[in-house]
Design a protein around this ligand. Structure first.
Ligand SMILES: C[S@@+](CC[C@H](N)C(=O)[O-])C[C@H]1O[C@@H](n2cnc3c(N)ncnc32)[C@H](O)[C@@H]1O
Length: 291
């Protein structure tokens, strides 16, 4: 299907406006590969026709289809493993310790947010981790009910899979051990479905990170892994400023293994646990009112 320079520019501008994804000059193949089926489905013979449709009465439906096609939902359970070791050994116990210092009256669940959760493997990994942590501690230690997990994504189809919590054999085997699979999932037909013990910790919502999202409330830990790589620096900065505002002092931000806040934010403290770099919201400097 023919893709003129004008149509390429038009489409990448639309994509940036719709979901923040930046497509450089060398990403023509991506437009062709991902959007050609969308254009063909709506009866277009070339991308100029598709752009004309996009500017017309079908805009809303086509925009949805573009976001679905252009977002990459690659993920796995316990992806990269080492960040989950840091969560298990350092970050979740730290959050539990801090929460225990609060009085019973004011104590609220520890809120975790997976921003850009794709098909759900990341938030379900967190839920498994929480159960394992609770199982390994004393009766008066952390309980699964002490936690809540919000999983969000801009892609409605990815989020629908996450909500269903149903995975094929090859998906479930990517990152989970045989004993984790049997303990936390049950086989229904040809899918492994997350058991209620995981699902009751979780909530799913469609959230586009390029729109304001601070109304989601405060979180103790935000995971935004392998999402910011798709955005430009200005978009990353806007998103990370909101993350900063939503975390309490001492709250944690975890990015993907190849991502960092260099040039984006200097408001977080970087903390290294082995191979994992984590960001922590610093305490505000003490106000000197002696003068
Ligand atoms: C590569 S996946 C990462 C999944 C998971 N966090 C992980 O690391 O395994 C990137 C996800 O970011 C989502 N995404 C892309 N742009 C987004 C936006 N503007 N708002 C919210 N999610 C977005 C995509 O739909 C996709 O599911």
């Amino acid at each position: 299907m023919e893709l003129t320079q004008a149509a390429f520019d038009d489409l990448r501008r639309s994509i940036h406006r719709l979901c923040g994804i930046v497509l450089n000059d060398d990403k023509e193949y991506l437009i062709r590969h991902r959007l050609e089926p969308v254009a063909a489905r709506c009866g277009c013979h070339n991308f100029d026709e598709f752009c004309a449709k996009l500017a017309g009465g079908e805009a809303a439906r086509l925009q949805e289809a573009i976001v679905e096609a252009i977002t990459t939902h690659e993920t796995a359970f316990f992806r990269d493993q080492h960040p989950f070791d840091a969560l298990r050994q350092q970050i979740l116990p730290d959050l539990v310790r801090n929460r225990r210092k609060e009085s019973n009256r004011t104590r609220r669940p520890i809120r975790l947010w997976c921003a850009g959760a794709a098909t759900g493997q990341e938030p379900y990994s967190l839920a498994v981790l929480i159960h394992e942590l609770a199982g390994a501690s004393r009766a008066d230690g952390p309980q699964p009910d002490d936690f809540s997990i919000l999983a969000t994504d801009v892609s409605a189809t990815a989020l629908a899979t996450a909500k269903t919590g149903a995975y094929q054999q090859r998906e479930i085997e990517r990152g989970l051990t045989a004993s984790q699979i049997h303990k936390y999932f049950e086989l229904c037909g040809d899918r492994w479905v997350a058991r209620p013990m995981l699902r009751k910790l979780m909530e799913f919502r469609r959230v586009n990170l390029i729109q304001p999202f601070s109304s989601l409330g405060a979180f103790d830990l935000i995971l935004c892994r392998n999402v910011l790589i798709y955005f430009d620096e200005a978009t990353r900065r806007k998103i990370c400023d909101q993350f900063h505002a939503m975390l309490p002092e001492g709250g944690w931000l975890l990015l993907g293994s190849a991502e960092n806040l260099y040039g984006v934010s200097d408001r977080f403290l970087s903390v290294r646990f082995g191979k994992t770099l984590v960001y922590r919201k610093q305490s505000s400097p003490e106000i000197d009112d002696s003068s």
